[in-house]
Write a protein that binds this ligand. Structure first.
Ligand code: AMP
Length: 364
C-alpha cells in the first residue's frame, strides 16, 4: 500500500467479538467504516459497524463479499482459517499477513517458529499418545503442561502435571479429545508479562510498556502497568517482540506473552497476531490505544506515540461482574468499557475497566 487509506474507506474485520468492536470504534474515529464478518446476529462488533456480513468465516460467498466492499481486511481472533486468510489476501490487502496466523494457530509450529527466530520458549514435545506423554514427563522431571496444539484459549484444553508418574498418563490423550497435543515443561515463573507491539506498513516499530498479568482459572484477571520488572527485562521483551514482527514481515498490532523467571530472563509463552486483552489499558493511559495503533498500521498511516501518561490497573469483568458497572462508574479516574453482550454466562468476558494512578505511583 503506497498511500494511506483515505477517510471514508472501509476496513473489513473477520470476527465480531469485543476486539472487533473496539477496532471498529477506533476505525470510526479516524473516519473509516468497518465491515464485520461474523456468524452471530447480535455480535459486539456489528453493533458499532456500518456493515455486518452474518455468515460463517469460511463461506466463500461471504469472504468474497467482504473483500469486495473492503479496502483492506484484518482480523480480531487468531483462529481465522488460514485457507480463508489466504483467499482473502488474493483479493484484497490482508494485515497481519496469513503467515502470522499460520505461525500462531498451532502451539507446536509457534514454538518451532519462535526458537528458529532465536527466541527462547519452555521446552516442548509433540504428544500423540499416552506412552509419548509418559516419556515426555520423565524428560521434564514429572512436571509439565499438556495442551491441545490448536484452538486452546483462556486455559481451555490444558492439563497440568506435577510429580507425575506413568500411571498418571493412562487415558489422558483420549480424555483430551484424541487431538494433537504438546507437552511443555512447567515453567517456575516469577511473573507473567505481555507486550503489545506494532509494525507499520513502512516497517516502523513501536511498543507499549510491558504489562504484568494475573490469570484466574486460566482467564486474564488483571493487567498492571508498570510491570514489576527491571528495565533490562522490559527492553529484552521489546526486542523479542520486534524480532517476531520483523520475522513475520508483519503489519499491525501483536500481543506477546512471556514468563519472567526469577533471574529476570524471559520465555515466550505465546503470540497473538491481533490486539490483545492485556493491552486494553492503552485506551485509558495512552493517547493512541492499541486499537487505533492497529487501524493506523493496516490503513498505512504512521504509527502513533506509545507513551504512557498514567500508571494503571485493568481488570476484566467476567460473567455477572458487569453488575458492578454503576458502582465502578461512581469512581474517579476509572474508564469502563462494556461489550454489549446480551447474556452474562460464567467465564464470559463482558467488559473491562482501567483504574488510573499518577505516573510512578505503582512503581516497585
Ligand atoms: P496459555 O493458554 O498457554 O496462555 O496458558 C494459560 C496460563 O497457564 C498461562 O498464562 C500460565 O499462567 C499457565 N501456563 C501455561 N503454560 C505454562 C507452562 N509451560 N508452565 C507454567 N505455567 C503455564
Amino acid at each position: 500500500m503506497s498511500q494511506p487509506l483515505a477517510p471514508g474507506a472501509t476496513i473489513g474485520i473477520v470476527g465480531g467479538g469485543q476486539l472487533g468492536r473496539m477496532l471498529a470504534m477506533a476505525a470510526a474515529r479516524l473516519g473509516y467504516h468497518a465491515a464485520i464478518l461474523e456468524p452471530d446476529p447480535d455480535c459486539p462488533a456489528a453493533q458499532v459497524a456500518k456493515v455486518h456480513i452474518d455468515a460463517a468465516y469460511d463461506s466463500a460467498k461471504a469472504v468474497e463479499k467482504l473483500a469486495r466492499i473492503s479496502d483492506v481486511v484484518t482480523y480480531e481472533f487468531e483462529n481465522v482459517p488460514v485457507t480463508v486468510a489466504r483467499s482473502l489476501s488474493d483479493l484484497v490487502p490482508l494485515y497481519p499477513p496469513a503467515d502470522a496466523l499460520d505461525a500462531a494457530q498451532d502451539r507446536l509450529s509457534e514454538k518451532i517458529f519462535l526458537n528458529a527466530a532465536g527466541i527462547p520458549t519452555a521446552p516442548f514435545l509433540s504428544v500423540d499418545g499416552d506412552e509419548e506423554l509418559a516419556r515426555g514427563l520423565v524428560e521434564f522431571g514429572g512436571n509439565g503442561v499438556l495442551k491441545t496444539r490448536r484452538l486452546g484459549y483462556d486455559g481451555k484444553g490444558q492439563r497440568v502435571f506435577r510429580g507425575a508418574g506413568p500411571e498418571d498418563t493412562r487415558g489422558v490423550v483420549a480424555a483430551m479429545g484424541g487431538v494433537p497435543l504438546i507437552l511443555e515443561g512447567l515453567v517456575p515463573f516469577a511473573r507473567e508479562i505481555s507486550i503489545i507491539a506494532a509494525r507499520g506498513a513502512d516497517g516502523a516499530l513501536a511498543a507499549y510498556d510491558p504489562a504484568e498479568n494475573v490469570h484466574r482459572a486460566g482467564i486474564l484477571f488483571q493487567s498492571r502497568v508498570p510491570a514489576r520488572i527491571s528495565d533490562a527485562t522490559a527492553e529484552a521483551a521489546r526486542e523479542e517482540a520486534f524480532a517476531i514482527l520483523s520475522a513475520l514481515d508483519y503489519v499491525g498490532v501483536i500481543g506477546v506473552e512471556f514468563f519472567v523467571l526469577g533471574d529476570g530472563s524471559l520465555l515466550v509463552n505465546e503470540i497473538a497476531p491481533r490486539v490483545h486483552n492485556s493491552g486494553h489499558w492503552t485506551e485509558a493511559a495512552c493517547v493512541v490505544s492499541q486499537f487505533e495503533q492497529h487501524i493506523r498500521a493496516v490503513a498505512g498511516l504512521p504509527l502513533g506515540d506509545t507513551s504512557r501518561h498514567f500508571d494503571c490497573v485493568m481488570e476484566n469483568l467476567i460473567g455477572t461482574d458487569q453488575d458492578r458497572a454503576p458502582a465502578l462508574l461512581a469512581e474517579r479516574d476509572l474508564m469502563l468499557h462494556l461489550y454489549g453482550k446480551a447474556e452474562a454466562r460464567p467465564g464470559r468476558k463482558m467488559g473491562h475497566f482501567t483504574r488510573l494512578f499518577p505516573l510512578g505511583e505503582l512503581a516497585g
